[in-house]
Write a protein that binds this ligand. Structure first.
Ligand code: PEP
Length: 255
């Protein structure tokens, strides 16, 4: 079964070396919060330095290219991100799907490339507001999972899924706990249909405006195994508020 709650900070396009102090503070505090698995995905430029500052927490990339290498100016391969110190990568974040027109097929290629390079992956899915309003949220997410999840021997144990409704990212709005639970149960069904028993153990994170003051409530939703956090991961103070809520939630022994 799933283990510790997994709290992942996505720093997006934020951070110069001045932010390494936040990573150091998060790492130091994580030492006292071992019930929670903590990670951050800084921009590529900070992966190496963050890895050196932070020994305990996971360090990941926010994206990788699907190819091993070659003429792709400005891109970074999975092997390069891993060499810099990333143990995992996010793929299919809605900002990449929107800004870079990433398709499900490309997200799947990226996930498979990252796993082949020895990394774990966080595969992001989530509906837009218009899709939710028209009753299509579950169908959209099911379709994203069908198209984006990597295939191959032993991949299930490398995967985390993040459900991030696009309309909740950076907006301060969140779905209800019931809506999160309903979607996460659908995702679980899909993972079990795809990977069999191994699909039961894949962690499903919720992402979208998770903050210290709503984390306990959101993390208590059915089938939520942690959170992918954007804005509130940018300072140690607010990120630690979420990690502490996750540690308390774990103590409450949600099964
Ligand atoms: C995200 O972009 O992954 C995210 C969840 O952002 P925020 O927490 O700022 O809504």
């Amino acid at each position: 079964m799933t283990t510790r709650p997994y709290i992942v900070g996505n720093w997006k396009m934020h951070g110069t070396r001045a932010m390494l102090a936040e990573a150091r503070a998060i790492d130091r505090a994580a030492e006292r919060l071992l019930k929670v698995e903590v990670a951050i995905a800084p921009p590529f430029t900070l992966i190496h330095a963050t890895r050196k500052e932070a020994n305990l927490i996971g360090i990941g990339a926010q994206d990788v290219h699907a190819a091993d290498g070659g003429a792709h100016t400005g891109d970074i391969s999975a092997a390069m991100a891993k060499d810099a110190g990333a143990g995992f990568t996010i793929v299919g974040h809605s900002e990449r799907r929107a800004d870079h027109k990433e398709t499900n097929a490309l997200v799947k290629e990226k996930a498979e490339a990252a796993i082949a390079a020895g990394m774990n992956v966080i595969v992001c899915v989530g509906e837009t507001e218009a899709e939710r309003d028209s009753g299509k949220a579950e169908a959209v997410v099911a379709n994203q999972l069908s198209g984006s999840l990597p295939e191959g021997e032993g991949v299930a144990e490398k995967i985390t899924v993040a459900y991030e409704p696009v309309w909740a990212i950076g907006t301060g709005r969140t779905p209800t706990v019931d809506d999160i639970g309903t979607m996460h149960r659908h995702i679980r069904e899909k993972l079990v249909a795809t990977f069999g028993e191994e699909g039961e153990a894949i962690r499903i994170l919720y992402g979208g405006s998770v903050k210290p003051d709503n984390a306990a409530e959101l993390l208590a939703a059915d089938e939520v195994g942690g959170a992918l956090v954007g804005g509130a991961s940018l300072t140690a103070e607010s990120f630690l508020g979420i990690i502490i809520a996750a540690a308390a939630e774990d103590q409450d022994d949600k099964s």
